[in-house]
Design a protein around this ligand. Structure first.
Ligand SMILES: [Zn+2]
Ligand SMILES: [Zn+2]
Length: 143
């Protein structure tokens, strides 16, 4: 499969990016940090490479991850692991969302409030299952 090339921007246009995504699939995070940051779940597109232009403010949200927003308009745009293993862009910031296929998984589903639901049968992982999966991936990549 050839990589998907995408472009995107924040609300005011001060931050733009070009990125490549292998699968064009989305991960939806329902954790309480994402709810506070986005005002709802964070729908992220996995990207392999990315080049960002403009004034991004990075916020260190945990020991291992940070979140990037436009310092002008505040759009929540990027989530990445500090060691560079994994990075995502906000699905809503992608210029041409027709290239995005589907949702691959939901994480921290046990933190989802009752007032919304998603359709589709993508796997739904609890917080505990999510952390176990991340640990396994880290182990596999280190081996
Ligand atoms: Zn902006
Ligand atoms: Zn989250």
């Amino acid at each position: 499969m050839s990589d998907l090339e995408i472009t995107g921007r924040c609300l005011c246009g001060a931050v733009t990016y070009e990125a490549t995504s292998k699968n064009g699939r989305l991960g939806v995070c329902h954790c309480s940090d994402c709810q506070r940051w986005k005002g709802g779940p964070f729908i992220g597109l996995d990207v392999e490479t990315i080049s960002i232009e403009g004034p991004v403010r990075w916020y260190s949200s945990s020991e291992w991850a940070e979140r990037g927003s436009c310092s002008e308009c505040g759009s929540a745009l990027f989530w990445r692991m500090k060691d560079g293993r994994h990075q995502t862009v906000s699905a809503g910031s992608v210029d041409d969302p027709s290239a995005i296929k589907d949702i691959k998984s939901h994480i921290f589903i046990d933190s989802k409030p009752d007032y919304y639901d998603f359709t589709g049968d993508a796997p739904r992982l609890t917080g505990e299952e999510t952390l176990a999966m991340v640990m396994e991936q880290m182990k596999a990549e280190d081996a």
